[in-house]
Each structure stands twice: as structure tokens, then as C-alpha cells.
Ligand binder design. Structure first.
Ligand SMILES: NC(=O)c1ccc[n+]([C@@H]2O[C@H](COP(=O)([O-])OP(=O)(O)OC[C@H]3O[C@@H](n4cnc5c(N)ncnc54)[C@H](OP(=O)(O)O)[C@@H]3O)[C@@H](O)[C@H]2O)c1
Length: 326
């Protein structure tokens, strides 16, 4: 059985990976855990009362017993260390944006393009969390014809990692807003349409990722994706209001049938029961509801998914399991 490493085991995504590994065949052997000097030496619960210790990731680490590494740290960490893992014969599934758009690096949502995963010790990139949730919902609806996408996101604070959760807790408890740690504006009782850096064209990096990554994953270079990404004071689960505009008339019943049989999603046909982030936290399936035809050529839907699970840790685990099956 291959042995697994988690880089960034103390973070939101790394912790979710460990929970999934406990239940996966990939966790038959205890994983190696890596972090920075901040968490090195910390004990983390594993199975049956056993604990694992986080090791500092540095040049003296011996990678010889590792086959696949799940990276759940920043882009800078991935850029610095992932190439070394590859040189040592370790496959890397990376959650950061560092390699996603590099030619030759597969950017994978298993339900959509899992065939791109091979057994080679190479980098496989996990897409942006909002992009994964969006594409799982809309990829099946491409069967009705090509579309233009308008998607507004309502993104949970944990999308910014532990620091995001801590900022919401701090503001709730003491009204203590700390600019830039990690948010640019207060989040308690507030929201803001600014996730990531603003580019010269006025788009944020999060909005740019949704456009560029959707095009790569769907292999659709001129796909139009118009997004506004908004941070909201919700702990976990991103929500998306999605509009699809088609060039010709479409049927709501055909769309519902496609959503009904889609992989990785749960279609809620009752419009009075929209999927909600609170109750769906820690669930695996992406939920799609409120399907409407609001014009002869227009479909609208509401999508909710746990961005730490299917938007990151779960998608990465599914990639690693595919890699193992090759
Ligand atoms: N949170 C989400 O919803 C989400 C969704 C999709 C993708 N992602 C991506 O997943 C990655 C992890 O996100 P997160 O939310 O889990 O962040 P996080 O909670 O802030 O955790 C970051 C992790 O990186 C580790 N780290 C920092 N410097 C390191 C170093 N030099 N060497 C090794 N490890 C180091 C930290 O370990 P220490 O505690 O030791 O510093 C920590 O475990 C990011 O690239 C993020 O963009 C996150």
C-alpha cells in the first residue's frame, strides 16, 4: 500500500485530509505529516488512540517511504518544495494555485476529467474551490448546448484558512477587526466583493481563477465566465448563484433530468428547500437547487458545497485514489 504525506497538516484543508485518510485505503499506513517550524513537534490524533507528530518540512526530510504527497499549504510552499518531491519520485496533488495553469499539469475534478490522472510521479493540481463547485453543477448542462456563465459567489471565511475562521471568531467575540489578518474589511455583520488581489482589468484573482481554470478543466478556451466573488460571514460552505445563457431555447425538464443523473452532485427539485451552507457543512456532495428557466434561453440555479471537502481535501483525496488505481 502506498504511503502518503500531508504537507500543511495543521491547516483547515490538511486537517480535513487527515479525517478522510482515516477512512480511506490510502490511510492503511499512517501518513507522514509536514508543516512549518510553527507546528513541528505537535501531536495529532490518528486512529485507535495513536498520535502522529508533525515534522518540519526542510531539506533533511527523508522522503524515501512516501509515494504520494497531498500539499495543503500556500503557493509559495508548493513552488519551493513540490519539485523536490517529484525529483524524489513522489507524486504531488497540490491544493494551491501555483501550478494550476501550467501547460502539462493536469487540473482535475475526477467526475469531469479524471482520465488526465496518470501513475507518473508528477504534479496534479487541485482546482480553485469555487471553480470545483461551479463546474460540478454546470458541466452536465453543457449537453443542452454551449452557454455563457454568470456566477456570483458567497464564500465562507474558512476559504481563507484558519486565519479566516479566527478573524470571524475574534470580531464576533470582541469586535476586534485587524486589517489584513487576513481580510481587508470587517466580516462580522458585513460582506465584501473582494477576494484576492485586484488585477489591472479590475477582476480579483479569485474571479480570474474561476474564468481561467474553468476554461482549462472543460477544455473550452473561449468559454465566458462572468463572476463576482463575495466573502460572507459564514463559517463553512461556499454558495453560488449561477445563470447560464444559451444561444437557443432550452427546456427546464431536460436540465432537471441532466442534474438528476449527474455525478458528485445532489439535485434538490423542491424550490422551497434551497440548499443552505449551515446544514451542508461537512457533507461530500455538492447540492444544486432552485432550478429556474427565467427566459427561453436562460437557466438559473443555486449551488452549495463544502469548499474544504469537495472544494479541496476530498477532491484531492479522490485524485490520489485515482492515481493509486493506475
Ligand atoms: N480553505 C479552503 O477552503 C481552501 C479551499 C481550496 C484550496 N485551498 C488552498 O489549500 C491550501 C491550504 O489552505 P488552508 O485553508 O488549509 O490554509 P491554512 O489553514 O492557513 O493552513 C496552511 C497550512 O500551511 C502550512 N505551512 C505554512 N508554511 C509552511 C511551510 N513553510 N512548510 C510546510 N507547511 C507550511 C501551515 O503549517 P503551520 O501551522 O506549521 O504553519 C498550515 O498547516 C492553500 O493553498 C489554499 O489556497 C483552501
Amino acid at each position: 500500500m502506498p504511503s502518503v504525506a500531508v504537507v500543511g497538516a495543521s491547516g483547515c484543508v490538511g486537517e480535513a485530509m487527515l479525517e478522510l485518510l482515516r477512512e480511506s485505503a490510502l490511510g492503511e499506513e499512517p501518513p507522514r505529516l509536514f508543516g512549518s517550524a510553527r507546528s513541528a513537534g505537535r501531536a495529532v490524533p490518528w486512529k485507535e488512540g495513536f498520535e502522529l507528530e508533525i515534522e518540519e518540512l526542510n531539506e533533511s526530510a527523508d522522503l524515501s517511504d512516501i509515494d504520494v504527497a497531498l500539499f495543503a499549504a500556500s503557493g509559495d510552499v508548493a513552488r519551493k518544495w513540490a519539485p523536490w518531491f517529484i525529483d524524489e519520485g513522489v507524486a504531488v496533488v497540490d491544493n494551491s494555485s501555483a501550478f494550476r495553469l501550467e501547460p502539462g499539469v493536469p487540473l482535475v475534478i475526477p467526475e469531469i476529467n479524471g482520465e488526465l490522472v496518470s501513475s507518473a510521479p508528477a504534479i496534479i493540481a487541485n482546482p480553485n474551490c469555487s471553480t470545483i463547485l461551479l463546474l460540478l453543477a454546470i458541466a452536465p448542462l453543457r449537453a443542452l448546448g454551449p452557454y455563457r456563465v454568470i456566477a456570483d459567489t458567497y464564500q465562507a471565511v474558512s476559504g481563507a484558512g484558519r486565519g479566516g475562521l479566527e478573524a470571524l471568531e475574534r470580531e464576533r467575540a470582541r469586535g476586534d477587526f485587524q486589517e489584513g489578518n487576513p481580510f481587508p474589511f470587517p466580516i462580522e455583520g458585513n460582506l465584501f466583493p473582494l477576494i484576492g488581489e485586484v488585477g489591472e482589468d479590475g477582476m480579483t484573482s479569485e474571479e480570474r481563477k474561476m474564468l481561467d481554470e474553468s476554461r482549462k478543466i472543460l477544455d473550452w478556451p473561449d468559454l465566458r465566465v462572468h463572476t463576482t466573488c463575495v466573502r460572507v460571514p459564514v463559517e463553512r460552505c461556499h454558495s453560488l448563484a449561477v445563470t447560464l445563457v444559451y444561444p437557443k431555447e432550452i427546456s427546464r425538464a431536460d436540465a432537471a433530468a441532466l442534474l438528476q443523473s449527474a455525478k458528485g452532485t445532489t439535485y434538490i427539485s423542491d424550490p422551497s428547500r434551497p440548499p443552505l451552507p449551515g446544514p451542508l457543512s461537512r457533507t461530500h456532495s455538492v447540492h444544486v437547487g432552485r432550478l429556474r428557466r427565467t427566459g427561453e434561453r436562460v437557466l438559473q440555479l443555486w449551488v452549495v458545497g463544502d469548499q474544504i471537502l469537495k472544494g479541496a481535501a476530498l477532491n484531492a483525496m479522490q485524485i490520489a485514489e485515482l492515481w493509486r488505481s493506475k
